[in-house]
Design a protein around this ligand. Structure first.
Ligand code: IPD
Ligand code: CA
Ligand code: CA
Length: 272
C-alpha cells in the first residue's frame, strides 16, 4: 500500500485516512480479479440492447462489498450491479461503487477500464479511488487532501485555448432516445478542439482530466457510480465540474462537464 501512504499523509483527518485506506484496499482487490479475468472467455449477460455485464463485473463487485464491509462495517454501499440490494436508503454517507467501469472495453479485450469507489457524504465526495488494473495506475483523492496518481500529486492542464485541447466524451447506452443531441454536441465540440477521445470508461476519463491527459470531458446519462470518484479527483487536481448547463454538479444529475477550469466557460458554451 505504499502509493496510498503519501495521499494518506495529506488527509485532513484520521477518519478520511482510514476511509481512503479502505477504498484503496477494496479497489486493488477487485483490480486483481479483473486482471486475472481479462484473458479468459466471458459469460456475458445483456442488461439492454448494447449494455452488457460479465461474470467479472459481478465478482469484482462482490469483492469490493466484502472488503468495504469488513473495513467500514455499517457503511451503506450503492454498487452498480446490486444497487437494489445494497441501496443507500436515506443514509447521509455511503460508498458508491462501479466495480468495472468500461465493461464493453473489458469484454472486447480493449484494456481501458477501471474500478471506481467514492464515499459520498451529504451528496459530496469525500474520498475517491479509481484503479486501472492493466496499467496498474491508482488514482486517489480526499476532500482537502489533493489528488494523486501512484503516490504522486497530480494537476489538471493549463491549456487555455480550445484548439489546443484534447477532450474526452462518451456515448450513452440509450442512443435510441439521445442520438440527435449526442451528435449535435459532438459536431459542435469536434469543430473547435484539437481532437476528441471516446475511450469507453467515464470514471477513468475523469481521472485523465485530473492528471492532465485530457483537458476536459463531457457526457450525458451517466450514473452516480460513473462520476462520484472522478468528480472529486478533478476538483482536487484544480479542475472544475458542473452539470451540462454550468450549474452545481451532483452525481444524481444526468449531465457532466469537467475541465481544467480555464476551458470551462468555452466548453460549456459549445455544448449549449
Ligand atoms: C459506462 C462507461 C462508458 C460510458 C457509459 C457508462 P460501464 O460504464 O463509463 O464510458 O459512456 O455511459 O455506462 O457500463 O462500463 O460501467
Ligand atoms: Ca460505469
Ligand atoms: Ca460498470
Amino acid at each position: 500500500m505504499n502509493r496510498i501512504q503519501a495521499p494518506c499523509a495529506q488527509c485532513i483527518s484520521g477518519e478520511l485516512r482510514q476511509l481512503l485506506t479502505a477504498a484503496g484496499r477494496a479497489a486493488l482487490a477487485a483490480g486483481q480479479l479483473i486482471k486475472q479475468g481479462y484473458d479468459q472467455p466471458h459469460e456475458i449477460t445483456m442488461k439492454g440492447v448494447i449494455n452488457l455485464v460479465t461474470e467479472v463485473d459481478l465478482a469484482a463487485e462482490a469483492a469490493i462489498i466484502a472488503s468495504l464491509g469488513a473495513d467500514t462495517p455499517g457503511f451503506p454501499i450503492m454498487a452498480e450491479e446490486s444497487a437494489a440490494t445494497h441501496g443507500q436508503g436515506n443514509a447521509k454517507q455511503f460508498w458508491v461503487v462501479d466495480p468495472l467501469d468500461g465493461t464493453t472495453n473489458f469484454a472486447h479485450g480493449f484494456p481501458y477500464f477501471a474500478v471506481s469507489i467514492a464515499l459520498l457524504a451529504d451528496g459530496k465526495p469525500l474520498v475517491a479511488v479509481i484503479y486501472t488494473p492493466m496499467l496498474d495506475e491508482l488514482f486517489c483523492a480526499t476532500k482537502g487532501g489533493g489528488a494523486w496518481l501512484n503516490g504522486r500529486p497530480i494537476r489538471v492542464t493549463g491549456t487555455g485555448q480550445l484548439i489546443a485541447a484534447l477532450i474526452g466524451t462518451g456515448f450513452p447506452y440509450e442512443l435510441d432516445q439521445t442520438l440527435p443531441g449526442v451528435l449535435r454536441q459532438l459536431a459542435a465540440v469536434l469543430a473547435k478542439v484539437r481532437d476528441i477521445r471516446r475511450a469507453g470508461a467515464a470514471a477513468l476519463d475523469l481521472a485523465y482530466v485530473a492528471c492532465g491527459r485530457l483537458d476536459g470531458f463531457y457526457e450525458i446519462n451517466l450514473q452516480p457510480w460513473d462520476t462520484a470518484a472522478g468528480w472529486l479527483l478533478v476538483e482536487e487536481a484544480g479542475g472544475r465540474v458542473t452539470d451540462g448547463s454550468g450549474g452545481d454538479y451532483s452525481p444524481f444529475v444526468r449531465s457532466i462537464v469537467a475541465s481544467n477550469r480555464t476551458l470551462h466557460p468555452s466548453l460549456l458554451q459549445l455544448l449549449q
